[in-house]
Design a protein around this ligand. Structure first.
Ligand SMILES: [Zn+2]
Length: 368
């Protein structure tokens, strides 16, 4: 397949759990709810594809899989699965699942940070309280964190929904919240991230579509961002719509309309398992090929990072074979499409942040 050996940039993922996991602990991390299950499309995929990556026969029973994984040790299993994914560049959302240092020890390739707006704001509020000047402190901290990041991420979808109010200035009255939920504060924070992102060339990732039980799915349809996308269309900001399912067609439509909008499918690919090609096909109905990026959105279980990559390769590979067989695309054009989605689009869109990080590393004084 055209996709077999293409290097991947995983532009949105999280750290992994290398502690001992019992069966309920492992299954919980297999799904978004309080109880995932082997008895599902992703469970089948773990048994079919992760088992051979850990030297077990394909389709091995879940008990055997978990026992073997425990014997290997979670750290060793993680290193094997992450290295087998063929990802050469990882962008880690450090707002959830740990920092870059631990993850870098488990993978091949370089690891870069994506900074979560709400986490930074909440840290500052916890430190200084709801004093006057807290908004300036949040902006200063975001700017400081931006110097070593490749992008920003917002989980406003979880907090008040993607229909947050546009808010150029911070609200004058401020009730301290350990967990920000005030739509006006969040609207201001997203606007601030968008301004800094546009200024520094750092893309802003939005959680959209399915997520864990905190999320009200009705408020995570990316179409709710239409006003925000109109307002930011000519500011220089790049927007990344993450996950998107079941609204991936809506997200594809937005990327079709707006040049600065990009999207990925994240965990939708491993979750739908064998149906990955269908979801990719629906996304590519309208999404320009320069707008779609690869990500696993893996968190907790390295199986998710691995299956994200493997099922993406199989799904897109199958789709390209089909298009080539139908004479809808040439092999040369299909190769260009695959390369763009695998890593080219992410390299272009995150180019400023990647360049900045590389320069900073080179300039770092010895002994720091
Ligand atoms: Zn994520």
């Amino acid at each position: 397949m055209l996709t077999d050996d293409v290097p991947l940039t995983d532009h949105h993922c999280h750290g992994v759990d290398i502690g001992t996991l019992d069966r309920p602990g492992f299954e919980r991390l297999l799904g978004e709810g309080t109880r995932g299950s082997f008895d599902s499309a992703i469970g089948l995929a773990v048994r079919r594809w992760c088992a051979p990556a850990l030297d077990l026969p394909a389709h091995v029973g879940s008990d055997v899989y978990l026992r073997h994984r425990a014997q290997l040790g979670a750290g060793e299993a993680a290193a094997r699965l992450l290295r087998a994914s063929g990802v050469t560049r990882w962008f880690l959302d450090t707002g959830f699942g740990g920092g870059t240092a631990g993850f870098a020890g488990l993978v091949d390739g370089d690891v870069h940070e994506v900074v979560r707006l709400e986490e930074v704001a909440e840290q500052v509020i916890a430190e200084v309280g709801a004093v006057s000047g807290v908004y300036d402190r949040i902006e200063a901290e975001l700017r400081a964190r931006a110097t070593t990041a490749v992008g920003f991420k917002t989980i406003v979808a979880y907090r008040c929904g993607l229909d947050f109010p546009p808010q150029d200035h911070p609200p004058t009255s401020f009730a301290p919240e350990h967990r920000l939920t005030d739509p006006h504060v969040l609207g201001w924070l997203v606007g601030l991230g968008a301004r800094i992102g546009a200024e520094l060339g750092l893309p802003m990732q939005f959680h959209t579509g399915f997520g864990d039980p905190d999320l009200d799915l009705r408020h995570s349809d990316p179409l709710l961002l239409t006003g925000f996308l109109r307002r930011t269309a000519s500011t220089g900001l790049s927007v990344m719509l993450l996950h998107c399912w079941p609204f991936h067609r809506n997200a594809a439509y937005l990327a079709h309309l707006f040049d600065h909008v990009h999207l990925d499918l994240g965990l939708a690919i491993p979750y739908v398992g064998h149906r990955a090609a269908a979801v990719l096909a629906e996304t590519l109905e309208l999404a320009p090929f320069r707008a779609l990026c690869y990500s696993s959105d893996g968190y907790g279980l390295p199986e998710l990072h691995y299956l994200g990559a493997l099922l993406w390769r199989r799904g897109l590979g199958t789709l390209m074979d089909e298009w080539i067989a139908a004479d809808a695309i040439t092999t040369v054009d299909a190769e260009a499409l695959v390369t763009a989605i695998a890593h080219g689009n992410a390299e272009r869109v995150y180019g400023a942040g990647l360049g900045q990080v590389t320069t900073r590393k080179q300039n770092r004084p010895v002994g720091r």
